[in-house]
Design a protein. Structure first.
Length: 282
């Protein structure tokens, strides 16, 4: 596998979404990087041309959503090939995917679905991560999910499962702080203890996003449709104390605000990163 491009000295980026592309191109705001969903750029389109133009001024992170690494079926080699071609065009600083599955019988589902945390699924997931990294020629970061249900037989705690994947495959971890908070709320575990179980040396990126509460059932939904709430900022501060100021992304995919709102969130994240830049991780 080839090494990632150097990480910029600033540490906070935003997700690049179509309504903001022209404004970003015109104003060139101060950002560490831009992140895009890889599947939106796998064809020769004007969107890819605009991304490559922005790539001259900003590092880019590619975030995949359709490799379906947790599927019981074989990886889609055609999709893997298209992903590799995009990596070769964009030369991203980071490449990431999910601890999830999303395809069955050749059909792609419009969701990231959970898998049982068993020794069998661990072996399968690790095999798929190894195949993907070999096929892409790059290290993957694997993102922890937001959780709304549990399998009856799932004996390995999620945080131990993802840590084992990193240890066995050499992948990194994309620590989604909002997902940890949402899952902790939904299932009543300690989110700080989850952070403290993640191995420091393999966390290569952090995601922050908004969520909403379904009040009649007391469930939080990770919808990327609002500002980061204060308890998530506090959990992010705990993550920075543990991992240092690793590249951090503000995710906002639904109910898109004006670009200035995203930049304000990024500015707050940058201030936190600066405050912990010189804090030694344990």
């Amino acid at each position: 596998m080839t090494e990632c491009n150097p990480i910029p000295s600033r540490s906070v980026g935003i997700g690049l979404r179509l309504p903001h592309v022209s404004e970003i191109a015109a104003t060139r705001p101060e950002l560490s990087f831009l992140e895009v969903h890889a599947e939106n750029y796998m064809a020769e389109t004007p969107a890819l041309d605009r991304l490559l133009a922005l790539r001259r001024d900003y590092p880019v992170s590619l975030h995949g959503v359709a490799l379906s690494l947790g599927s019981a079926e074989e990886l889609d080699r055609r999709h893997l090939s298209r992903f590799k071609a995009l990596i070769e065009r964009v030369e991203p600083m980071l490449v990431s995917e999910h601890l999830a599955w999303s395809a069955i019988g050749g059909a792609y589902l419009n969701d990231l679905l959970p898998l049982p945390y068993t020794e069998t699924s661990l072996d399968l997931f690790c095999r798929h991560v190894e195949e993907a990294q070999e096929g892409l020629g790059r290290q993957l970061l694997i993102e922890n999910p937001s959780s709304y249900l549990r399998y009856r037989h799932s004996p390995i705690p999620e945080v131990e499962f993802i840590a084992a994947v990193a240890r066995r495959t050499g992948c990194g971890i994309l620590c989604d702080v909002n997902n940890i908070y949402v899952s902790a709320w939904n299932f009543g575990f300690d989110p700080v203890a989850y952070l403290e179980t993640l191995p420091i040396e393999v966390v290569g990126e952090i995601h922050l996003a908004g969520h909403h509460a379904v009040e009649d059932v007391d469930v939080l939904i990770d919808d990327h449709g609002s500002r980061v709430v204060q308890p998530v900022w506090e959990l992010h501060a705990a993550a920075l104390r543990r991992f240092g100021p690793v590249p951090t992304l503000i995710e906002w995919d639904a109910n898109l605000p004006a670009l200035g709102v995203l930049l304000d969130e990024a500015h707050h994240a940058e201030e936190l990163a600066h405050a912990y830049r010189y804090v030694d991780a344990p």
